[in-house]
Design a binder for this molecule. Structure first.
Ligand code: ZN
Length: 218
């Protein structure tokens, strides 16, 4: 296990994270943002009832978010974007993910496929492993996973296996996305668990970091 901050907890305050300018969003994105805000409101209600999650330890970890409706996902996505930037230092595709339980970031990771030489070392997989090792066990039914890029088939499969409650992602992946783009693993009624999916949160910024990475590699 490589010891680095990707398996650690966020220490900084996330309640006052700078918001992306509204003018950068398309009309479709604005609609998605409205749906995300509504989901955030519902999520706050769920958190208030403290249902589900087996381990109380996770709720006590991490940094508490502002629970204002609509701000939550953007604050979490900003944290995921900060994680994504860390991947560039070891020449990995910049994708970042954070896990949120009861309004707190409890785990964060970025893509380390090149660094570890491990095809499974995607940000989402590392977050799930970090949670499992520390407190959550395999059933993570009160965890929301926020990731800068639409999860692939492998990660979406792991997300379903972990019974994750909700996936919030930024940029769509038309070549490999498994939360609606190419496949819809997270919301397939034939499987034994369906995950709420909130697409397109800060998708412009999440896409830009990838576009810049690949253009600089050429
Ligand atoms: Zn993946």
């Amino acid at each position: 296990m490589i010891a680095n901050r990707s398996s650690g907890l966020f220490q900084e305050e996330l309640g006052h994270v700078e918001r992306a300018p509204d003018r950068s969003y398309s009309l479709a994105a604005l609609g998605r943002r409205a749906r995300a805000a509504e989901s955030a409101r519902l999520e706050i209600v769920c958190w208030a009832t403290n249902r589900g999650f087996k381990s109380h330890r996770l709720r006590e970890m991490g940094t508490e978010f502002s629970r204002e409706a609509g701000v939550l996902y953007e604050a979490a996505m900003n944290a995921a974007l900060e994680e994504a930037k860390l991947a560039i230092a070891h020449n990995d595709v910049p994708v970042g993910a954070v896990a949120v339980v009861a309004g707190r970031v409890v785990a964060s990771a970025h893509n380390e496929r090149e660094r570890r030489g491990d095809p499974t070392a995607h940000a989402e997989m590392l977050v799930l492993k970090s949670l499992a090792e520390r407190a959550a066990g395999w059933r993570m039914s009160s965890v929301s996973l926020i990731v800068t890029l639409e999860p692939c088939v492998m990660c979406a499969g792991a997300i379903v296996a972990a019974r994750i409650e909700r996936v919030v992602f930024g940029a769509q992946d038309p070549k490999g996305g498994a939360c609606g783009s190419v496949y819809n693993v997270c919301s397939d009624p034939r499987l034994n668990h369906e995950v709420d999916v909130v697409p397109g949160v800060m998708e412009d910024r999440c896409g830009e970091i990838l576009t810049r990475f690949f253009s600089e590699k050429r």
